[in-house]
Design a protein around this ligand. Structure first.
Ligand SMILES: Nc1ncnc2c1ncn2[C@@H]1O[C@H](COP(=O)(O)OP(=O)(O)OP(=O)(O)O)[C@@H](O)[C@H]1O
Ligand SMILES: [Mg+2]
Length: 455
């Protein structure tokens, strides 16, 4: 007898009670959990509402006992609901053609009645093994695409202003509490999210990221919740959503302010009761994901302006961690710069030992509107540009921060673009949607530029 954990769920559908009973006894002996249905409607209803590993369905039901049409329709309907569920069909011994037709339409195997117990058990075993492998494969493939390293990231935080941040991280990290991380662009929100996950009890499980800002509205829902084949024109196959991928692990919702209103309601429901449906499916799935979210927008303000649901905000910010801007923790500039220098020098195989005095001074005084990310980017460029074994102030090329509109004519087009984007970002408190519309750019166009400029 198998243990409960490896128990397979098998649906059997036939309109003859004695057939159902015989199948039930046989499969129970194999250690499976059985659910029976005595009509195609009942079978379909079961598949729509619960997960199975295998379905064994008769092709002929009382309404039309010989053509097999009802069974073939049921097969097609099951495939619409769950295209990875293997189906074995049963036919009377005389209707080989019907069995062949069902195989052509996607049945995995067939059993002729009356069956031989040993043969039936072996067909079932094979299909269950296959089904497990296929489903595992589908999951792994998606996970591999999404997951990066799961080690604790390097997080430099020596400034006194970072003490409350470190304190909160070490207190709430190990819990399952939902955490909202706020801070200007590039302050290290993702680093904090990764650290929280890495020190939690879920560390050996995936942390799956969804960037609400980088996705078109139309695909966002299916990214988050998955979809079933046929749910919309492009849905050619079933797709596992990121919520399901994050099951038992952590879901990192980045740029949470950009979640469209209608999806905020769905998100709220998963957070409240831990249940969701794939797009196009009515089957409810349980998910257990710890949710860490991040934003550079002012969410209470978004709530006031009717762009963000208050109840969702309350769900997300059980604990809020605010990361100060780099200019508010200048003590971190030197250690961060040294850390990035070592990283990039290794990567580009350059023998650089450090920064000279003027370079350090220039970095200390720079406003760092792009925060840690800008610092990283500046150091990387300096490592590539410098001709000596020590980075000098001129290698840093920290001109953008000191720029004023009066010198626009001396700037390259690229610099002007970067300058204007930084100004707009600062004006809108780092809110990407507002910045994009102020600049007359689409959100994704703005994102491409932010990436290009290392903002
Ligand atoms: N405290 C830190 N120690 C080391 N590296 C850091 C730290 N904070 C940020 N970084 C690095 O700076 C870069 C930007 O950090 P991150 O992506 O976490 O910022 P963010 O707040 O999520 O930015 P955005 O709002 O643009 O998404 C990354 O390369 C990250 O590794
Ligand atoms: Mg980020």
């Amino acid at each position: 007898m198998k243990t409960a954990a490896s128990q397979m769920r098998v649906l059997i559908a036939d309109d003859q009670p004695d057939v159902l009973e015989a199948l039930r006894l046989l499969l129970k002996r194999e250690g499976h959990r059985i659910e029976s249905a005595d009509s195609p409607q009942q079978a379909l209803h079961a598949v729509e509402n619960r997960d199975f590993d295998l379905a064994i369905i008769d092709l002929n039901y009382s309404r039309d006992t010989t053509s097999g049409q009802e069974g073939l329709d049921l097969l097609a309907n099951i495939q619409k609901v769950d295209s990875t569920l293997p189906v074995i069909v049963m036919t009377a011994w005389s209707s080989v053609d019907l069995a062949v037709e069902a195989m052509r339409r996607g049945a995995r195997d067939f059993i002729q009645k009356p069956w031989e117990n040993e043969r039936l058990a072996s067909i079932v075993r094979t299909q269950l093994q296959l089904s497990e492998a296929i489903r595992r494969g589908q999951r792994l493939e998606a996970e591999n695409l999404l997951l990066r390293g799961e080690n604790v990231p390097t997080m430099i935080a020596e400034a006194p202003a970072m003490r409350p941040v470190l304190d909160l991280i070490s207190r709430v990290g190990p819990s399952d509490a939902n955490v909202l991380i706020t801070g200007e662009p590039g302050t290290g929100k993702e680093v904090v999210a990764r650290t929280l996950h890495a020190i939690s009890g879920r560390a050996s499980k995936p942390m799956v990221t969804v960037n609400a800002g980088g996705l078109a509205e139309g695909v966002f829902e299916s990214e988050l919740f998955g979809h079933v084949k046929g749910a919309f024109t492009d849905a050619k196959v079933d797709r596992v959503g990121r919520f399901e991928l994050a099951d038992t692990g952590t879901l990192f919702l980045d740029e949470i302010a950009n979640v469209p209103m209608n999806l905020q309601a769905k998100l709220l429901r998963v957070l409240e009761i831990g249940e969701m449906e794939r797009v196009g499916s009515s089957k409810t799935k349980k998910v257990d994901a710890r949710v860490i979210s991040a934003t550079n927008a002012n969410l209470p303000e978004e709530v006031q302006n009717g762009r963000f649901r208050q109840d969702l905000l309350f769900r997300l910010n059980t604990i809020e961690i605010h990361i100060p801007a780099l200019r508010e923790r200048r003590e971190d500039i030197a250690p961060l710069a040294t850390h990035f220098l070592g990283m990039h020098a290794r990567r580009y195989r350059k023998n650089i030992v450090g920064f000279d005095h003027n370079a350090m001074q220039a970095m200390q005084e720079h406003p760092w509107q792009g925060n840690v990310r800008e610092l990283n980017h500046v150091v990387e460029r300096a490592v590539l540009m410098t001709q000596s074994n020590c980075v000098r102030a001129s290698d840093l090329a920290l001109r953008v921060g000191a720029m004023t509109a009066g010198r626009l004519e001396e700037m390259s087009l690229e610099d002007v673009e970067e300058f204007l984007i930084k100004k707009a970002l600062a004006r809108y408190g780092g809110n990407v949607s507002h910045t994009a519309s102020a600049l007359g750019l689409s959100r994704s166009a703005l994102y491409r530029r932010l990436q290009r400029f290392g903002l």
